[in-house]
Design a binder for this molecule. Structure first.
Ligand SMILES: [Fe+2]
Ligand SMILES: [Fe+2]
Length: 195
């Protein structure tokens, strides 16, 4: 994996606040899971993890929607369309995760209060088109990394949740690719090295 911290050292990218903290937050729920090996005995653990995934997806819906509305400048039309399409797909992820929480007997947490602190992705406001694309690329890469870990965590304990996350991961990888391609198109070079 690329070292996200390198991007934070670049003074040209002050909008990237603390990616390390976000990644640590994304892992917290998995660490808790280590003390609960018997999934069948503790559905609460799965619900806790999925609440963080839900918050992450909600933040993604908000970020892409805001970006689709506010993107301006030369050749922003194609980018707006891409943001809109991603916003719709993030909403689909959000809905599927909420349904799964409900199936497991939990109440999906849509409370706007504390949303940002429950999420593993960040809501960053910027007016610059290229910066928007960069922020989304970073958010997508964090999401991919987070979901890969969760897929390993759920493993055979909860194949239904695992399969759902695998399907979402496939889509997030496409999103990351889309953002990478847009960045190359608008900046001429990729911000992060290839995996
Ligand atoms: Fe998503
Ligand atoms: Fe995504």
């Amino acid at each position: 994996m690329p070292d996200y911290n390198d991007t934070m050292k670049n003074p040209e990218q002050p909008f990237i606040t603390d990616v390390q903290k976000l990644r640590e937050r994304a892992r917290t729920s998995i660490d808790k899971g280590a003390v609960t090996p018997a999934y069948a005995g503790n559905v609460e653990q799965a619900i806790d993890i999925l609440q963080a995934v839900l918050a992450t997806e909600i933040v993604c819906v908000l970020r892409y929607t805001m970006n689709a509305v506010t993107a301006t400048g030369i050749s922003s039309e194609g980018v707006k369309e891409e943001f809109d399409e991603h916003a719709k797909e993030e909403r689909d992820h959000m809905r599927r995760v909420a349904e799964r929480i409900n199936q497991l007997g939990g109440t999906p947490n849509f409370n706007p209060e504390g949303l940002a602190s429950r999420a593993a992705s960040q809501y960053v406001e910027t007016a610059d088109l290229v910066e928007m694309i960069k922020e989304n690329l970073i958010a997508e890469r964090i999401a991919c990394e987070h979901y890969r870990e969760l897929i390993r965590y759920f493993g055979e304990k909860d194949p239904t949740t695992r399969v759902m996350l695998e399907s979402i991961l496939t889509n997030e990888e496409e999103h990351a690719n889309d953002m990478h391609d847009l960045l190359v198109a608008h900046q001429g070079k990729p911000m992060l090295p290839e995996n």
